[in-house]
Design a protein around this ligand. Sequence first.
Ligand SMILES: Cc1cc2nc3c(=O)[nH]c(=O)nc-3n(C[C@H](O)[C@H](O)[C@H](O)COP(=O)(O)O)c2cc1C
Length: 158
Amino acid sequence: MLSQLIYASQAVHPMNEDELADLLIAARRHNAHAGLSGMLLYANGSFLQILEGEREALDSLYARIVGDSRHTRLRLLSRAPIEHRKFTQWSMGFEALSDTRLTQVLPGFVPATPYPLVNPDLIRNGTVAEVLLDLYQRNSDAPGATTGAAVPVSTDAA
Ligand SMILES: Cc1cc2nc3c(=O)[nH]c(=O)nc-3n(C[C@H](O)[C@H](O)[C@H](O)COP(=O)(O)O)c2cc1C
């Protein structure tokens, strides 16, 4: 069954670009393999992530994410079956970082957007989180956005 999961968490210490890149590269590799798509936002030391895919793959990834010592205070905001994916790619949004090189070399990084990155720590509600993540996604799809080439991880059929 195709499902969606949204959670928020707090980094144990501020993540630098190398750490974010490591996270994105590993996540991209695994998510593509597992047919998972979604988006990870990092701002103000907090994460907000939406993941979409088959229930089993989602649950096993979430168990690993929960056990990851890079973050703490995980709050599961929503977990529900869905009919089709809203996030057909895997990407990562981040607050303005000094070095824009990452946006050029790493497909999947979504540069800071005209929408202010809301502190994920303030998001308490799955619906609000989804609307917010959707806004970032739309913006990254917009003409002129400097997002790298998108890497589709699977078809919509499930
Ligand atoms: C905020 C956050 C988001 C993550 N998102 C993903 C993800 O989408 N996909 C993924 O494979 N790993 C993700 N990880 C990494 C996993 O927690 C874990 O380190 C990775 O899957 C490797 O697991 P393993 O060491 O058990 O093989 C994330 C970690 C953090 C801290």
